[in-house]
Design a protein around this ligand. Structure first.
Ligand SMILES: [Zn+2]
Length: 125
């Protein structure tokens, strides 16, 4: 059953609207709209005191968001293996020439050395 929040006009409870299908034999003839706290029945949907939803809180303004992205870019990408001079890539693996082990482009390590010219490395491969 679909539930909707209401503030009951009869008992004042912050509760849920109860929808009950009304059948005439096997034919659905309508819906009963009741307060699930006190059982007060609302005649029509328009009578139901729906609890108005508060607007979604705005946590980030656009300015905050772009600032956060810049911080992420500087902090996270600067030490990534893919930007490191010791990062070697071939069709089969990504390899760190310092640690002599397979790495991921998104790995990072304290011995990071900024690659001087990434474009040149790519052209050699
Ligand atoms: Zn009620």
């Amino acid at each position: 059953m679909k539930t909707v929040e209401i503030i009951c006009r009869n008992c004042g409870a912050d509760t849920l609207l109860q929808r009950e299908a009304v059948y005439d034999g096997f034919t659905k003839t309508g819906e009963r709209l009741c307060c699930s706290a006190c059982g007060f029945e609302y005649a029509t949907e328009e009578d139901v005191p729906f609890k108005t939803k508060k607007a979604e809180p705005v946590i980030f303004t656009d300015a905050d968001r772009s600032a956060a992205v810049e911080v992420f870019d500087e902090g996270e990408s600067s030490h990534l293996c893919r930007y490191c001079a010791n990062y070697l890539i071939n069709p089969f693996t990504q390899f760190c020439s310092v640690h002599k082990k397979e790495v991921q482009a998104t790995d990072s390590c304290p011995q990071f050395q900024q690659a001087e010219e990434k474009e040149a490395d790519d052209s050699i491969l």
